[in-house]
Design a binder for this molecule. Structure first.
Ligand code: NAD
Length: 221
């Protein structure tokens, strides 16, 4: 079935992820109508969906833009706290919002595996290790927090900041006789843009509400 082209905006347009999103969405036939970043906002038409990979400091502005344009939101920005989630829940009463600290399909499947099976290893040690490029501002990564929450334990996390790594995560389980390590590696930022595109196509037609990327995967988008 042909996918209907959407009009979209990017918050964090000049950033690494913003550029990756714009490249993929444009290649897929969708129309960029709004850009926003620290340099300001430019808008040439009403977007159906805003895609935000920027900073938690941009959230108030992003929510305002969604209100003005009655646009849905896909947000991958990390380092969001409870006050930011409260605002996203409020926005979800007005429009469709998809939030995920990681838009890679494999990470979301790893999250489901941990939620289901980590309780079977509740008497094993668990530590989460993440490696990202040396420009990443937050630590631990949003994904390490997401995996820790899925495992249901406040386990230690370890952050390495090395070169240009897009994002590696491992959940290490061990007892006296066994080690079980579950690893996800993103080979490029394109995987996050692909997930954001899937989420944007879902959000453009979804009922209002706050969704996870897992919801998008389960809807078969
Ligand atoms: P970056 O530093 O390359 O780009 C940040 C962008 O946000 C820039 O365009 C900057 O101008 C803009 N920005 C910063 N503060 C702003 C503000 N107050 N108002 C408006 N715009 C502002 O960062 P990046 O590597 O592209 O990552 C962006 C975010 O996406 C980070 O939070 C990162 O952790 C997250 N991320 C999420 C996923 C995911 O799958 N959820 C994947 C990769 C990165």
């Amino acid at each position: 079935m042909a996918v209907k082209a959407i009009k979209y905006g990017v918050v964090g347009y000049s950033g690494r992820m913003g550029q990756e999103v714009a490249k993929l969405f444009d290649r897929s036939g969708h129309e960029l109508v709004l850009t926003s970043d620290l340099a300001g906002t430019e808008c040439k038409a009403k977007p159906d969906v805003l895609v935000d990979f920027s900073s938690h400091a941009a959230l108030a502005g992003t929510i305002e833009l969604c209100g003005v344009h009655k646009a849905a939101l896909v947000i991958g920005t990390t380092a969001l706290g409870e006050e930011h989630f409260a605002r996203l829940r409020d926005l979800g009463k007005e429009t469709a919002v998809v939030q995920s600290f990681n838009f890679a399909t494999g990470v979301n499947v790893l999250k489901m595996i941990l939620r289901e099976y980590a309780p079977l290893l509740s008497d094993w040690d668990l530590e989460i290790e993440e490696t990202h490029h040396n420009k990443k501002k937050d630590a631990p990564s949003g994904t390490a927090i997401l995996l820790r929450d899925a495992a249901g334990r406040n386990c230690p996390t370890h952050s390495l900041r090395l070169g240009g790594v897009p994002g590696d995560h491992t959940a290490h389980f061990a007892n006296d006789g066994e080690v079980l390590s579950l690893t996800h590696r993103a080979l490029s930022r394109n995987v996050f843009a692909l997930g954001a595109l899937r989420a944007a196509l879902f959000a453009a037609h979804a009922q209002k509400g706050l969704y996870t990327f897992e919801d998008v995967l389960k809807h078969g988008m």
